[in-house]
Design a binder for this molecule. Structure first.
Ligand SMILES: CC(C)(COP(=O)(O)OP(=O)(O)OC[C@H]1O[C@@H](n2cnc3c(N)ncnc32)[C@H](O)[C@@H]1OP(=O)(O)O)[C@@H](O)C(=O)NCCC(=O)NCCS
Length: 252
């Protein structure tokens, strides 16, 4: 038992060093600037748009709607590769996707929702309108925190990573790189804007944006790190299964 604990401590120590070394190498990274527009229509339906340019590509985020259920299910939630290191690693049924999207869409529709505007965005290539993925905010485990999540179709994962098979990271002639990074940066800037505009998260003033990433999901924790999220702890988060995770936080 003592040996097992020592081994775990050694792994946690190595993972901590790895994160901190990467963070130190990123101090000169300038996050792309997100242009955020929050339009509240007279019936209180909010339409939120975020535009970001990065590495020569233009990305468009728009608030999730029920019409997005099929795309989210087809490209993301039904895909074992996309879900493998996300949450508990399981794919979702169409019913689960439908329920999740309805919940997220409702947070743009109902001003009385405790998570009004803390919700999800469909991310597309602004030039071609192609579906890329979904980036979202939700309630964090501590009061006054919002948790960030991102899921992208495999063709748009980082072109320099070696977790894809040849060719899948390109659609047409485009090569995608840094999508997870722009999503993390845009969500941090959007959360900051919500705080500035006085939108509370579950009745509390927003204090921090948080996220968790499996230590073996390098694209996830590195992209969060590039958006300024710092390492809090390394631990197993029971609701997400048995893998060690980085718990990341950026105070706002
Ligand atoms: C996690 C995810 C959002 C990251 O997006 P991405 O567009 O692939 O990541 P980025 O291009 O922004 O890469 C961020 C950094 O990670 C690095 N990286 C990417 N894939 C990597 C890999 N397999 N191994 C090591 N480093 C990797 C990139 O090189 C980049 O670092 P750099 O700027 O220092 O070169 C995306 O891969 C995804 O949707 N995965 C499936 C769902 C998931 O696991 N979500 C995580 C929970 S939030």
């Amino acid at each position: 038992m003592a040996g097992e604990n020592e081994e775990l401590e050694r792994i946690i120590h190595a993972a901590t060093n790895k994160f901190n070394q990467y963070a130190a190498s990123q101090t000169y990274f300038i996050p792309p600037q997100a242009h955020i527009s929050i339009d509240i229509e007279s019936n209180e339906l909010a339409k939120v748009y975020i535009d970001v340019e990065h590495n020569g590509n233009q990305y468009h985020f728009r608030s999730v709607e029920e019409k997005d259920i099929d795309d989210v299910h087809t490209y993301l939630n039904s895909q074992p590769a996309v879900r493998a290191k996300y949450s508990n690693g399981q794919i979702c049924s169409l019913e689960q996707t439908t329920s999740r999207i309805r919940t997220l869409a409702g947070r743009f529709e109902n001003r009385n929702s405790p998570l009004y505007l803390y919700s999800g965005f469909i991310v597309t290539d602004a030039e071609t309108d192609m579906f890329i993925g979904m980036a979202s905010l939700g309630k964090g485990t501590e009061p006054g925190t919002t948790e960030m999540a991102r899921l992208n179709r495999t063709e748009c994962w980082n072109h320099s990573s070696n977790n894809t098979t040849a060719g899948v990271n390109t659609i047409g002639r485009k090569i995608y790189s840094g999508v997870g990074t722009i999503e993390a940066c845009a969500l941090v800037q959007y959360a900051t804007r919500l705080k500035q505009d006085g939108y509370t998260v579950d009745g509390h003033s927003l204090q921090a944006i948080v996220s968790t990433a499996r230590t073996d999901n390098e694209a996830s924790w590195k992209s969060a790190c590039k958006a300024g999220m710092a390492l809090d702890t390394v631990e197993v988060v029971e609701r997400h299964g048995t893998s060690l995770r980085y718990l990341l936080r950026k105070n706002i």
